[in-house]
Design a protein around this ligand. Structure first.
Ligand SMILES: Nc1ncnc2c1ncn2[C@@H]1O[C@H](COP(=O)(O)OP(=O)(O)O)[C@@H](O)[C@H]1O
Ligand SMILES: [Mg+2]
Length: 260
């Protein structure tokens, strides 16, 4: 059974069609990445899948439930089983790392004692490979990579069965990006959590994903394994795949150098 099924998902804002019939299936425990140019609608699609936005038409079926026709209260329950790791970690600056991590639990499952929460925070920090001392620090004291790890720990605190990552490695140096990629795969392996990653960084995408979708022109233009996509003859897909590795044309390079 597929954990996530998108059927003809359309989304328009202010008369502007951003998604024009997206179809996609993600199997249980799979890591699927959605790639596409900036502005292609990747973040919008994640917001629809997590119920932060409503589809204009179409279905979004998460673990057998079509979330597009749920009430706000029903959606809130679904959100408890799905975790979202935002592009900019989205931690609350005025709270310590500990309080950021337990924020959702304290809000939704008030019965945990302070000692239980402290223990959970320690376990989660260890799981995302941070030292337990980080718990008392504030987000502004952490590096970008550490903030992303805390963002993941916060999502894991709710024991999600589905995790969504928005540009998890954007703004990170290559070594830190690689470490976060490894952590995404490790998290899936340990927790068997179905994972959807939105990214425009091809190196990360092909390192971690079981299957990859290309979002282009408001639809899933291509979907398959790395081998299948690289073997495809679709010119739009091939241009996208090459965009990472084609050297900058000499003229452009000179132009850039002149500008600096
Ligand atoms: N609330 C909104 N109002 C107007 N335009 C929006 C809104 N949200 C997204 N868009 C537009 O939708 C398109 C897709 O945005 P987004 O999903 O953020 O793309 P991506 O994450 O792939 O860069 C962009 O052209 C953006 O300007
Ligand atoms: Mg985005």
């Amino acid at each position: 059974m597929s954990t996530i099924v998108l059927e003809d998902v359309c989304y328009s804002v202010a008369g502007n069609a951003i998604l024009k019939g997206v179809n996609l299936e993600v199997k249980e425990g799979e890591i699927v990445s959605i790639m596409g140019q900036s502005g292609s609608g990747k973040t919008t699609l994640l917001k629809l899948m997590t119920g932060l936005r409503r589809v204009t038409s179409g279905k979004i079926i998460i673990e057998g439930t079509d979330i597009s026709c749920l009430t706000e209260n029903e959606l809130e329950k679904v959100r408890l089983t799905t975790g979202l790791v935002f592009q900019y970690a989205a931690l609350l600056d005025s709270l310590t790392v500990r309080d950021n991590i337990v924020f959702g639990i304290v809000r939704h499952q008030k019965k945990s004692s302070k000692a239980e929460l402290d223990k959970l925070v320690e376990q989660l920090l260890t799981e995302v490979q941070l030292s337990p001392e980080v718990a008392s620090q504030y987000p502004s004291e952490l590096s970008g990579g550490m903030q992303k790890r805390v963002g993941l720990a916060r999502a894991l605190a709710m024991k999600p069965s589905v995790l969504f990552y928005d540009e998890p490695t954007s703004g990170l140096d290559p070594v830190t990006s690689h470490a976060i990629d490894t952590l995404i795969v490790h998290t899936r392996n340990q927790r068997e959590v179905t994972s959807v990653v939105v990214s425009h960084q091809l190196s990360s995408i092909f390192r971690i994903s079981d299957r990859v979708a290309l979002l282009d022109g408001g639809v899933v233009r291509a979907f398959g394994t790395s081998e299948e996509l690289h073997a495809s003859s679709d010119p739009v897909l091939q241009e996208f795949l090459q965009s990472d590795i084609v050297p900058i044309a000499q003229g452009e390079e000179r132009h850039q150098n002149n500008g600096s």
